[in-house]
Design a protein around this ligand. Structure first.
Ligand code: NAD
Length: 392
């Protein structure tokens, strides 16, 4: 385990309570005190302040990169060189160039690679993806994904050279990959339009952004990210299909709502802003955020020599979309997504589909009215004329 911060702790705790046979055997952090403390608390036999030593350790078969964004490439390159499987947290790189170098390195070395995009593995998301793949909501037209909170917990996130950007690279990576999963990972993201601004924090990067990603089949992925949002962490997805809709709320309404007049001294949930009044605690954070299913998929795939749901290739596509979002924020135009390596489909069918009514008409809309009658709005195929009919 490389890193002993927020995500290093979540990952280790999820792993140790998960399949039961996966164990962190060596942990690296640059601080000697922190790494010793981390190892002791979690029964990890060895700890070090030397990253290479942790990677080269005889018992390390899989390296988990839980370090700040600017260290992902170094850690991945060293793991590939050592011939070890490597799982990297999000975002894969600070830019698509960085991500592509990592992808090429692991593939050249022939090592297993997994992109730790936990939010596509939440039980709700997996069930929704199943509903989409079995056709329950028709063709996916629009996926709106939001992650907003009051801002991250460590200094490096706020520095462009370390993080690679602001809320887009930090949170947008999740939203973009969630939308890709629903729209279809084999559908090419074509172009991006993005607004972003620095509204409340005195930083160089954006603390609020909204973006649209247009896919080749006409579907739209919408990301909404903010480090300026108040009220905790808002994680929501909306999936709109031609035949149905799915709404997901992952954090502020997970089924437990609690009011305390006195306030609580207990931990409430990640990024919770208050400990009194109405609270939205999360019973099982690792489960709700997808860590449990994510590591199960990764380690099963390693053992079965198969491909996990999320690989470095996915991380690279996400980085390419983010690069275009940053370009669009500056240019205020749609910006093409530059994907020198594309492994999905080409020339896909559009999601657009119109309903036939009869030989001469298409059905625009059908609605039951308060008087019990049904109104039909029709469009004449030749003239384009729009008319209405009322039936009992
Ligand atoms: N849901 C998720 O998937 C999720 C959530 C949070 C963070 N992350 C990602 O995990 C990574 C780490 O984020 P975090 O929240 O754990 O950060 P953090 O600040 O809590 O922890 C970072 C760790 O890296 C160490 N570190 C910091 N600077 C270093 C340096 N220059 N050299 C060596 N070590 C250094 C810190 O000591 C700490 O151990 C980031 O890439 C972040 O985007 C993912």
């Amino acid at each position: 385990m490389l890193g002993t911060g927020l995500i290093g702790s979540f990952y280790t705790d999820s792993l140790h309570s998960n399949r039961g046979r996966d164990q962190v055997r060596v942990v690296y952090s640059r601080s000697a005190d922190r790494v010793r403390d981390f190892a002791e608390k979690r029964n990890i036999p060895r700890f070090t302040t030397d990253m290479q030593e942790a990677i080269d350790d005889d018992e390390t078969d899989t390296v988990i990169v839980a370090l700040p964004n600017h260290l992902h490439e170094q850690a991945v390159m060293a793991s590939a060189e050592a011939g070890k499987a490597v799982l990297c947290t999000k975002p894969l790189g600070r830019t698509a160039d960085e991500a592509l170098r990592m992808l090429e390195a692991v593939e050249k070395a022939g090592v297993f690679n997994g992109y730790l995009e936990d939010l596509v593995y939440t039980p709700k998301t997996l069930k929704s993806l199943q509903a989409v793949s079995d056709g329950s909501v028709g063709k996916i037209l629009w996926v709106r994904s939001r992650e907003t909170h009051p801002g991250p917990h460590s200094d490096w996130f706020w520095k462009k050279e370390f993080a690679g950007g602001g809320a887009i690279v930090d949170l947008g990576c999740h939203c973009i990959e969630i939308a890709r999963n629903f729209i279809g990972k084999d559908i090419r993201p074509v172009e991006v339009m993005c607004w972003g601004d620095t509204q409340v924090h005195p930083i160089e990067t954006e603390d609020h952004a909204i973006g649209l990603v247009r896919y080749e089949n006409g579907a739209i992925g919408q990301f909404e990210v903010s480090w300026a949002f108040r009220g905790g962490m808002d994680l929501r997805d909306e999936i709109v299909g031609t035949e149905g809709t799915i709404w997901l709320n992952h954090w502020l309404r997970t089924g437990m709502e609690m009011y305390t007049a006195t306030g609580t001294s207990s931990y409430v949930a990640e990024k919770a802003e208050s400990t009194g009044g109405w609270l939205f605690p999360v019973g099982d954070e690792s489960g709700a955020l997808g860590y449990v299913e994510m590591f199960t998929d990764m380690f099963n795939a390693i053992e079965n020599k198969s491909t996990p749901m999320e690989t470095f290739y996915d991380g690279y596509v996400v980085n390419a979309i983010i690069d275009s979002a940053y370009l669009s924020m500056q240019s205020k135009q749609w910006e093409l997504v530059n994907l020198p390596v594309w492994r999905g489909r080409e020339n896909v069918e559009s999601v657009k589909s119109f309903r036939e009514f009869d030989d001469q008409h298409l059905l625009v809309k059908e609605e039951k009215m308060p008087n019990g009658k049904t109104k039909l709005i029709l469009r004449h195929k030749q003239s384009g004329d729009i008319s209405e009919r009322i039936s009992d």
